[in-house]
Ligand binder design. Structure first.
Ligand code: 5AD
Ligand code: FES
Length: 363
């Protein structure tokens, strides 16, 4: 071997063994430095991905077996007062056809979901002032009284502490609020000036203090995101230890300022899913719809990388296309029962089983 080739080989092998030792360290200590998270991302290879996946699946199987939890997503409103630059239902998108479900419609989606074996309902929507505490509280109470063995998760953005407190007192069990990015400067690139990184992080801490099971999360490959930013997201997850963590690739929406930015990849999303499973092994980790949109077998790949949750849509088919955060979202034409059946088959085909259970975090 020539001197040059030898030097090259040594370089490659050094990187390889470096990443390998980082993975071992992560699996044992559930923690790395910011620099090491960054290098785990930057120096990733097919081999390191395989190794991470093996460790992550082992942890997931140890805690949750081959069970996959399902959450029925009910998209209650696409009105939003916010103007996040990436999002298709942002206030400034005049092409978005706005809708809101009535309390009766929301409750009937949950009833239908219950029959299909769902034991968690996620009420998700834009920040819509029409949904007052009274209105939402009534809906949460009604769902909980009809289906006392179910969990209700809210995903309705930033609200005052009193609102979170009231909704919790009405029976809401969990709250999803993606932090979007744990880097202040990056946050300000993705959001209009009036939105605040600190406020968002405060909301997450308040939700936790109120006794909610809390979910954070971020997009993979969002505009201007660096490996350093992702390392910061991982460090935040390591410290915050969320009960749930939703991550999915950024996908451009044609009517947003980010329309011409490239989408994030399924490959990096799955790599990060494995890392997150190892950082906080009990975390409830969905293989998201965005992951299934960017890659037709993305959700399967997500589960095989360490995820253990899928969140099919229970919204009425008549509104599904309107809740378009990004282009080409999957499952907008299928009835709830079709998605349930489809996911059953998809999970079975890879050796997993969807279970009828609330699917609480196992700490
Ligand atoms: N691509 C991928 N995910 C998106 N979200 C919003 N817009 C997009 C997009 N264009 C995510 C955000 C939000 C969640 C509900 O959906 O992370 O918190
Ligand atoms: Fe909706 Fe497959 S999950 S059609």
């Amino acid at each position: 071997m020539g001197v040059f080739a030898e030097a090259l080989c040594e370089g490659v092998c050094a990187v390889k063994s470096d990443v390998t030792s980082l993975i071992h360290e992560l699996a044992e200590r559930h923690s790395l430095t910011l620099d090491d998270y960054e290098s785990l991302i930057t120096n990733r290879t097919q081999d390191s991905a395989r190794m991470l996946r093996d460790f992550a699946v082992r942890e997931r199987v140890r805690i949750y077996g081959h069970d996959v939890y399902i959450r029925g997503l009910i998209e209650i409103s696409n009105y939003c007062r916010n103007d996040c630059l990436y999002c298709g239902i942002r206030r400034s998108n005049s092409h978005c056809q706005r809708y809101r479900l009535t309390p009766e419609q929301i409750i009937s989606c949950a009833d239908e979901g219950y029959e299909l074996g769902f034991r968690t309902f996620v009420l998700q929507g834009g920040e819509d002032s029409h949904f007052s505490d009274e209105l939402l509280g009534g809906v949460v109470r009604e769902i909980k009284s009809r289906h006392s063995d179910c969990a209700v998760t809210l995903s309705l953005g930033e609200r005052p502490r009193e609102s979170y407190e009231y909704l919790r007192s009405c029976g809401a069990d969990r709250y999803l609020l993606r932090h979007e990015t744990a880097d202040r400067t990056h946050y300000s690139m993705l959001h209009p000036q009036e939105m605040s990184y600190d406020h968002r992080m405060n909301c997450l801490h308040e939700l936790r203090n109120l006794g909610y099971q809390v979910g954070c999360g971020f997009m993979v490959g969002s505009p201007c995101q660096t490996a350093r930013n992702l390392a910061q997201d991982l460090k935040f997850i390591e410290e915050f230890k969320p009960d749930m963590c939703g991550i999915g690739p950024f996908i451009p929406h044609k009517d947003t300022p980010f329309r011409d930015f490239p989408a994030g990849s399924a490959e990096l999303t799955c790599y990060l899913l494995s890392i997150i499973r190892l950082i906080h092994p009990p975390v409830l980790l969905p293989a998201t719809t965005a992951l299934g949109t960017i890659d037709p077998t993305g959700r399967e790949k997500g589960i095989m990388s360490g995820a253990n949750v899928v969140m099919p849509n229970l919204s009425p088919v008549s509104v599904r296309k309107k809740y378009e955060l990004y282009d080409n979202k999957i499952c907008t034409g299928e009835e709830s029962a079709q998605c349930r059946e489809c996911l059953n088959n998809r999970m079975r085909a890879i050796g997993y089983e969807i279970v009828t259970s609330r699917g609480d975090v196992k700490l």
